[in-house]
Ligand binder design. Structure first.
Ligand code: M6R
Length: 601
């Protein structure tokens, strides 16, 4: 979603801001802009579309200056166009602002304070910058006007404000939306994500909700709304700048699919002690083991990983588990058990829907664990415990390596809790995960086979179905999400047995049906479902597992532990989706309308 960068230092801000915005492109956006301050005022450049468009506009504009802010916008209030793009300016153009989030009471604020102002955009953001000017005109200093405005805002925001009468400060605040301060020698930066400013620093400070931060060239002052100064140490962002590059791959998605064996190895290493046993912080084990029911909360791909995780937690650890879509749970909480534990699964750790649930469960005093790829992310900071995915930055909007990492970490957690509950282990998990790693490697090596499958089944189709039973059904949901989000093919995942209760009506001559057959107890029944769709003209693509395969199957994955098959079968679906999108000449890494990190509810 929207991304923010800002720079105050000795160098020309424009190029640093543009480079920073390029690093945030992965979050998803539809317009972008920068503002740079110098002695002649604040110069703003904006463009609809990609950063490359903004670059063209910015290069033509006179924007020398050592203080600036930049923004990528994912439209919420108003269509993506020049007027609605950030940065936004106050009526006199003295104040310039970038904003990530949604202000819920902007109409009320507009009516109460700004009835005489002519607004240029349809955004909620413009209200904020006009309000700063309104209070400044009433005689408040910029800092006091900004603080006053923050005290009035309801909703989510990360804000960077500049004042062309003060070339020495960026005013910053946040609530619910992510924003970090990057610290350097004689310069400081702001960024929605450390990746954006790794080009100049790997030292960052967190900001808490409702704090006011004054970022200067040589100082960062953090205050409460009441003006009390807060001391905050910086930390080193654990991201290698090279991890955030595409390297030899054409797309981040392909790179991230290929990284999965390495991620599996890293997880095995991180969660293993020197004696080769599974390890985890004892306080996490205690809280999970003491829960009488586990509630998994997540969105999208992370939700799909949660569905697989439920199988491990119930079958291995013996703890009843429910998996919920975060955006539903927050408005419709089920009856909770007496001693629940909440597991939040989120690659980014910033998903607003999941955070909304965590805020509620924290209020209720329930224990929580976040499983995330981003140390220090909001969900990680606000939950009682964190388990890291160790997957390295995931840049492509379509999540791949995070899904398999989430499942691997959930399998480890479940086995550890099983041991705590003295349940007999029927699986040597580390050995099985090593087998999974080799199996993923074999599939990645077969990428050209997946490309051929994409050609044979998906080249011209407008829709496709994914079917499976039990755990394969969970994977078919993820397969269909992968295909639809990047290829725009209408794709749905179904439980094989549900087809004849309605969906089979959609099957026509040539409809591709991708069926997963990796589970022994349902092998015959899923194949029966395939026969049913074939009888109605479907073009079946059967992905089975060695040992359960039959003549004519389209692809056979190596044999792994039955509950761990999602880690392997999903890789075939990721690659098939990748090639289907590639063959349609689509922007695989940045699909339309989508954002990597969904930071608004
Ligand atoms: O960062 P999160 O894991 O919380 O994100 C949740 C979903 O937005 C995300 O998984 C989304 O569905 C993926 N981009 C799909 O590939």
């Amino acid at each position: 979603m929207c991304g923010i960068v800002g720079y105050i230092g000795q160098d020309n801000a424009k190029e640093l801001l543009l480079k920073g915005l390029e690093k945030l492109e992965y979050r998803g956006y539809d317009s972008a802009g920068i503002a740079v301050v110098n002695e002649s005022g604040t110069s703003v450049s904006k463009a609809k579309g990609r950063i490359s468009e903004l670059r063209k506009v910015a290069e033509a504009d006179d924007q020398d200056g050592t203080l600036g802010i930049g923004h990528t916008r994912w439209a919420t209030h108003g269509v993506p166009n020049y007027e609605n793009s950030h940065p936004h300016q106050s009526a006199s153009k003295r104040f310039t602002l970038v904003h990530n989030g949604v202000i819920e009471n902007y109409e009320e604020l507009k009516n109460e304070y700004l009835s005489d102002i002519t607004f240029i955009s349809e955004t909620d953001t413009e209200v904020i910058v006009q309000l700063v000017e309104h209070f400044s005109n009433e005689g408040l200093s910029t800092e006091d006007a900004f603080t006053k405005v923050i005290s009035l805002l309801e909703g989510s925001y990360a804000l960077g404000l500049i004042d062309n009468e003060d070339e020495d400060k960026i005013f910053v605040a946040k609530n619910k939306s992510p924003l970090l301060i990057g610290v350097g020698d004689d310069f400081n930066v702001i960024a929605s994500d450390a990746i954006a400013m790794l080009q100049v620093t790997n030292q960052y400070k967190e900001i808490h909700d409702h704090e006011i931060v004054i970022v200067k060239r040589d100082d960062v002052v953090i205050k409460t709304l009441e003006g009390e100064v807060q001391e905050r140490e910086s930390y080193t962002a654990q991201i290698d700048a090279a991890d955030a590059e595409k390297g030899v791959y054409d797309h981040y998605m392909l790179k991230e699919i290929h990284e999965q064996p390495a991620v599996m190895r890293r997880i095995i290493q991180e969660y293993q002690d020197e004696n080769g046993n599974l390890k985890m912080d004892s306080s996490i084990i205690k809280d999970v083991a003491e829960a009488d029911r586990i509630y998994v909360i997540a969105a999208g791909t992370s939700y799909h990983a949660g569905l697989v995780g439920k199988e491990f937690i119930e079958k291995w650890a013996g703890v009843p588990t429910e998996v919920h879509v975060a955006s539903e749970f927050v408005y419709n909480m089920p009856l909770l058990s007496e001693k629940p534990l909440f597991i939040f699964i989120s690659q980014s750790g910033e998903t607003a829907d999941s955070r909304a649930v965590l805020v509620e469960t924290n209020k209720l005093g329930h224990k929580s664990l976040t499983i995330t790829n981003v140390a220090g992310s909001t969900l990680s900071r606000e939950a009682d415990h964190t388990l890291l995915l160790h997957a390295g930055p995931e840049i492509a909007v379509a999540s791949t390596k995070a899904y398999t990492a989430q499942i691997a970490v959930l399998s480890i957690l479940s086995q550890i809790v099983a041991k705590e509950h003295k349940r007999e282990a029927d699986v040597d998990l580390l050995r099985e995960l090593a087998k999974v790693t080799t199996a993923i490697e074999a599939i990645v090596d077969d990428a050209e086979v997946m490309e051929q499958i994409a050609t044979d089944f998906l080249e011209t189709t407008r829709n496709a179905f994914f079917i499976g039973r039990t755990i394969d059904y969970n994977v078919s949901l993820e397969g269909s999400l992968k295909l639809k989000e990047i290829s725009y093919i209408q794709a749905e995942g179904f439980a094989g047995g549900e087809l004849k209760h309605g969906t089979i009506a959609l099957i026509e001559d040539g409809t591709p049906v991708i069926a997963l057959a990796t589970q022994e107890n349902v092998n015959l029944s899923i194949r029966g479902n395939v026969k049913e769709v074939v009888a109605r003209g479907a073009n079946p693509c059967i992905i089975s597992m060695n040992g359960l395969n039959k003549d004519g199957d389209t692809y056979v994955i190596p044999q792994v532990h039955e509950l761990l098959t999602p880690l392997v079968s999903v890789v075939t679906l990721q690659l098939i989706s990748y090639y289907a999108a590639l063959h349609r000449d689509l922007d695989v890494d940045k699909p339309r309308n989508l954002a990597k990190s969904v930071t608004v509810e």
